[in-house]
Design a protein around this ligand. Structure first.
Ligand code: AMP
Length: 249
């Protein structure tokens, strides 16, 4: 079984996000970048399936500027076999990502595509679902448990009010939620080995995708700062303040 894993380079989750002074987006210059945390979980899952002899080949794909090669090397150090880089000045919007991934799927013919449930920079939570629709494949989004057997995958999904278990016929698209697994740290020998693993480059033209953006960001703003709360000594003061000071926003 062949598994494709889509990974995005995003601002590291520990970094305090700053909005660019001109409001055109989030500041990324001089900021620590890392693999999207949900994508690390997706890579971990693919590698575990390989270690359990359920997968033969794990391919990591990333779309973005040359720096995403570093992110692809991290996936290779975790255990992916090879990488595919699709160069693009800045990571494109979800529909374009889904179209590019669909074109890679047509070339590679994987049995399973694993993605993160969402990228923590734009929080779009769209790419996996769009990819499933473009390919006409089964999808299991927000997976917190995955078992693969013969030509089926059983996915437990975190939904409002509980868990849902689906059985999907492969090939399928699965997006990883937080509780699916705990990703490993790459060991030094594996980081060294990853340097020798192949990374192919496929251009957007090679894949025949119209990558012109359809979304236009008008403005990005910091959330307004919250004013400090107040501790009142007793219920009577609380009620008095609610009567005289509280406002409906
Ligand atoms: P999103 O729909 O933007 O929240 O992203 C959901 C998932 O799609 C991510 O967790 C990644 O697995 C994948 N993805 C999004 N953007 C990219 C990209 N530029 N390159 C590779 N995979 C991506």
């Amino acid at each position: 079984m062949k598994i494709l894993v889509a990974i995005k380079r995003v601002v590291d989750y520990n970094v305090k996000i700053r909005v660019r002074a001109d409001g055109s987006g989030v500041e990324t210059a001089g900021v620590k970048m890392s693999m999207n945390p949900f994508d690390e979980i997706a890579v971990e899952q693919a590698v575990r399936l390989k270690e359990a002899s359920l997968a033969s080949d794990v391919i990591a794909v990333s779309i973005g500027p040359a720096q995403v090669l570093e992110t692809l090397r991290s996936a290779l150090a975790m255990g992916a076999d090879r990488g595919v880089h699709i160069p693009c000045d800045s990571p494109p919007e979800p529909l374009i990502v889904a179209k590019l991934l669909a074109a890679v799927v047509t070339r590679e013919m994987p049995d399973l595509v694993l993605l993160g449930k969402q990228a923590i920079d734009d929080d779009a939570n769209q790419t996996g679902q769009m990819l499933a629709q473009l390919l006409g494949w089964a999808q299991g989004a927000f997976a917190s448990k995955l078992t693969v057997q013969n030509k089926t995958a059983e996915v437990t999904r975190e939904i409002d009010g509980g868990l849902e278990t689906l059985r999907l016929n492969l090939p399928a698209i699965i997006t990883a939620d937080l509780r699916l697994n705990e990703p490993r740290y790459a060991t030094l020998p594996n980081i060294m080995k990853a340097k020798k693993k192949p990374i192919d480059t496929l251009s957007i033209e090679d894949l025949g995708v119209d990558a012109r953006p359809r979304l236009h960001v008008l403005k990005v703003e910091e959330p307004s700062t919250r004013t400090a709360g107040l501790i009142v000594p007793d219920v009577a003061t609380l009620v008095a303040k609610l009567k005289t000071e509280a406002k409906v926003i």
